[in-house]
Each structure stands twice: as C-alpha cells, then as structure tokens.
Design a protein around this ligand. Structure first.
Ligand SMILES: *Cc1c(COP(=O)(O)O)cnc(C)c1O
Length: 392
C-alpha cells in the first residue's frame, strides 16, 4: 500500500492496513495476542500500551482520516473523551465548555470534575465571544461539539481555534456527529479531535469504541495517561472497526444525501412544525456549516405540529426504529426529552430550544421513498387517533 494515498474512500479502504505476507490475504490479519516478547524486539507490545499490530494499523487509518499526525483507539467514546480531558487538566485548572454537549460528557464534567479539583464553566451561547467571556486565569482547555445534539447547532471552528491559540489553551472537539467524512477540525486549527467510534465509524450499531486524533506532542501526553487509565479496546473489536471504516465514506455520503432529502420533505410538510438541519438554508448555522463541513451529515431533528402526539408518532413508525444510539445504516428516532436530555430541567431544555415533542432522526441508508412512506403512515395513525379523541 502506498502511504501517500489521499482520497477519502481509498484511505477508508486501505490506509494503515497490515499486509498479509504469509498468505496474501486481502485484509489485515487479526493478532489477538496479549503477550509479546520483550527480548530482541524494537517495541514492547501490550494491548493497554495501545501498540498491538491491529491497534497501530487502525490508529494510522484514523489519523489519516482526521488529517492528524497520530491517533489512538479507546474502548468507548467516553473512555476517549475522559482520558483526553484529564490529560490536559489537573487540580486548580479550569475548562470552558460549550453549553450544548453530549449527555455523557456533561455528566462526566458535572459529576466527576469537582472530585479532582477541576473547575468548569459552560458558555451561555455559541458565538466566539461567549467562549472568550468564560476564559479565566487558570483556564487550560476549550471544548466544543459541532454539529451539536439534538438541534444541530454549528460552532465556528476557526474562531474557537484562534481564541484557544490567543490564550494558550488546548482546543478539543467532539467530532462524532460530523464524522471525519464531513468535517476535519484539525484543518481549522483545533488541537484534539474526539470520536465516539460507536457511531459513524462503526456504523452498524454493533461496536462500542472511541478515538482521539491530534499532533504527536498532544497524543504523547494523552498516551501517558491512557496507559494508566487502561481504556483500550479489544483487538478483535479493533479489527472489526477497521473493517467497518472501509465503507464509512460511502455510508456517510449516502446518509448525507438521504438526510438532505428527508429534511427538505419534512420542511414543507403540513404536519411538521420545525426542522433542524444544517443543510437547510433556514438553519441559523447554514452558512457556517457550508464553510467548515464537506457534507451536512446524517442527523436532523424535527417537531410535529402542536396537536400531534409525538410519542404516539414514534411508536407508530414501522421501518424507522426507536433507538438510544445513532449513526447506524438503519434509520432511527429518539426523544431527547425522554432520553439524552431527561436529566436537564424543563427550564434548561427550554433555554436550549429543545421542545418536549422534539424528535431526533438519525437517517440511515434505506431508500428515501420507504422512509417517507413510513413517516406518512405514522402521521396518518396519529391524526386518526387525534380525530377520535376530539370527537369524543
Ligand atoms: C455516543 C456519543 C458519545 C459517547 O460515546 P460512547 O461510545 O457511547 O462512549 C460522545 N459524544 C457523542 C456526540 C456521542 O454521540
């Protein structure tokens, strides 16, 4: 394999792969050893040192996908996020975080950081000045997530990277919703890129994994902590994840297209009150998304008209499944109020613009016509029910 390949799908398919010199097989062989020789070897290998053959192969692929010098694979997105954060924060330090964050990250910060003496502030908005306003003497890290969950708000990568540089901070992004197919934050000057590889990298709702990509210098610091925290991923799953990423480019591009079509369809639908998708011109982050994303992604959210029962609608879907997770090849929906954002108070949800009936839609690779007819039949069921209720 030539190491100078650059095209997305070629990187997905080949970059970093282990050549099977012995049998000339087409894919990376799987090495399951947890025990490697220490004598007469260049590298002391051990899975928790993140340096087994399959870990190294996949790390190279993920680094190439994120335009980073190096990458590491973790046992979950939260293992990646917590390890990366703790690598740059110690007692007495402060971090500025975007106010709209993935629930697990929010819980990590609000439930654990005080135990380590780490201070934190959430922004009040997403404008560059909202981030700058929270920076203090002891701030070390600035943390963003764009597009965000569940309203797909867009944060300015370039502006945040500049603020971080100006104040000597490490900038970090959770790039899970975009995937490396649609957004490469390192190109905009962001330092550390985090992924729940459970989502678009895995893509088939059967792998739990995480990844971090950054410069050699930053990765070395993360590695020093990671080997002590021990959040590595089993080599079998590492190998499966390498297999999954081979199709990530074509999957995500198909999901971009499907999501755009679904967003347009919902946007003009009489029974739909609002649609949140950065690909729509009506979305407040549309221009910014156009400037910093290569595709608008496979995630959107929408609200039904007021008199229509959102949970009955979700229960009435037959093809589109209800799911706590996202980004699989199958389309799924979720109610943020009942799941991911249930721990926020009603006021906090309202402040963030998350209506009780909001539906988050992870668009899969099915045919759009089939998704539309599923939504149509579910809407008919909900309207028929509301007619009987009204006539009673
Ligand atoms: C799922 C998710 C995570 C957490 O990843 P796990 O693999 O579940 O640990 C973090 N950030 C975002 C945006 C996610 O969607």
């Amino acid at each position: 394999m030539a190491d100078n390949i650059k095209g997305l799908n070629t990187i997905c398919t080949h970059f970093g792969e282990i050549q099977d010199e012995q049998f000339k097989g087409a894919v990376s062989p799987l090495f399951m050893s947890t025990s490697y020789a220490f004598e007469d070897v260049d590298v002391k290998r051990y899975p928790r040192y993140f340096n087994t053959p399959n870990q190294v192969a996949l790390s190279k692929k993920i680094a190439a996908l994120e335009h980073a010098e190096a990458a590491m694979i973790f046992g979950s997105g939260m293992a990646a996020i917590s390890t990366a954060l703790m690598a740059f924060l110690k007692a007495g330090d402060h971090i500025v975080l975007q106010n709209t964050l993935y629930g697990g990250t929010y819980n990590l910060v609000t439930e654990e950081f005080h135990k380590f003496g780490i201070e934190y502030s959430f922004t009040t908005g997403l404008e560059p000045e909202d981030f700058e306003a929270k920076i203090k003497e002891n701030t070390k890290v600035i943390y963003i997530e764009t597009p965000s969950n569940p309203l797909l708000t867009i944060t300015d990568l370039d502006a945040v990277a500049k603020i971080a540089k100006k104040h000597g901070l490490v900038s970090m992004i959770d790039n899970t919703f975009a995937s490396p197919v649609n957004q490469n934050p390192i190109d905009f000057g962001i330092d550390v890129v985090l992924h729940s590889a459970t989502k678009y990298m895995g893509g088939h709702s059967d792998i739990l994994a995480g990844a971090v990509a950054a410069s050699h210098e930053h990765m070395e610091r993360i590695f020093q902590l990671a080997k002590n925290f021990g959040g590595s991923l089993s080599d079998y799953t590492v190998w499966l994840l390498e297999r999954s990423i081979k199709t990530m480019g074509i999957r995500v591009r198909a999901q971009n297209e499907n999501a755009m079509e679904m967003a347009k369809y919902l946007h003009v639908h009489d029974d739909i009150h609002a649609v949140f998708y950065p690909g729509l011109e009506s979305h407040p982050g549309h221009e910014l998304a156009k400037a910093q994303m290569k595709g608008f992604g496979g995630m959107l959210s929408f609200e039904l008209n007021n008199d229509l029962n959102s949970s009955l609608f979700q229960k009435s879907l037959r093809l589109i499944k209800s799911s706590m997770s996202l980004a699989g090849v199958e389309s799924t929906v979720l109610s943020p109020t009942l799941t991911s954002h249930s721990l926020l108070s009603a006021e906090e949800r309202e402040k963030q613009g998350i209506a009780d009936g909001l539906i988050r839609f992870s668009v899969g690779i099915e045919e759009v016509e089939d998704l539309i007819s599923d939504i149509e039949q579910a809407l008919e069921t909900v309207k028929a029910k509301s007619r009987t209720v009204h006539s009673n």
